[in-house]
Design a protein around this ligand. Structure first.
Ligand code: GLN
Length: 206
């Protein structure tokens, strides 16, 4: 009864699915998987298009967005994740994942998923400070969230359909659309699981 191999496409809440994917081509996917497990969700390491079947959501982790992008092209996952998203599949991009989620970059051409109407500045904080922590005010969170930024991007501009959740100065560092969330920082590198809970509850509806 537990099997759902025949599920074609995106899992629906009523099917009781609690499997959430973590793109596992490169980067810090293991940390996300561990937190998901702690929250009672089964993490699925996604390396091929077939792995997307029946997932209640997918996290695109931090790492190197150019490397992850190239590997997504060669594995077919660039189109696979786009298709998953456009069928209503929930996506969360952290750091490199936020770069990949954007529709355009200020930098050199690189493969992007282009799911979010936004212009991203890759390594936006990079030239000033390589990595830093900041206590962020986040829309919908009662207490500030400590963001760990590592060669982090930011959204310079966002278009219609993008709701800004947090900023550092005038730089957008967390945002969401109907079935997408992005964070420029790394919630998986802290003990604070509120962003993972937010993704599961507000974006995946599980
Ligand atoms: N600057 C990196 C990139 O563009 C992202 C860094 C990270 O994910 N920690 O891919």
């Amino acid at each position: 009864m537990a099997g759902n191999g025949e599920t074609n496409g995106v899992a629906r809440e009523e099917e009781g699915q609690k499997r959430v994917g973590v793109l596992a081509l490169q980067g810090d996917f293991r940390e996300h998987a561990e937190i998901l497990r702690g929250l009672g969700v089964e993490p699925v390491e996604v390396r091929a298009v077939e792995d997307l079947e029946g997932l209640a959501g997918i996290i695109v982790p931090g790492g190197e967005s150019t490397t992850i992008g190239k590997m997504m092209v060669s594995s077919g996952l660039l189109d696979g994740i786009r298709s998953y998203y456009y069928k209503g599949g929930p996506v969360w991009g952290t750091c490199a994942g936020m770069v990949l989620a954007a529709s355009a970059t200020t930098g050199p051409r690189q493969p992007l998923l282009g799911l979010m109407n936004a212009l991203v500045e890759r390594n936006g904080f990079g030239r000033q400070v390589h990595s830093f922590e900041a206590d962020l005010e986040v829309d919908g969170f009662e207490e500030p969230f400590t963001g760990v930024f590592i060669r982090a991007p930011f959204f310079e501009d966002v278009g219609p359909g993008v709701e800004v959740l947090s900023k550092v100065g005038d730089r957008v560092v967390a945002a969401r659309g109907e079935n997408i969330l992005v964070t420029a920082f790394h919630p998986e590198l802290t003990d604070d699981v509120r962003f993972h809970e937010y993704f599961l509850r507000e974006v995946c509806s599980i």
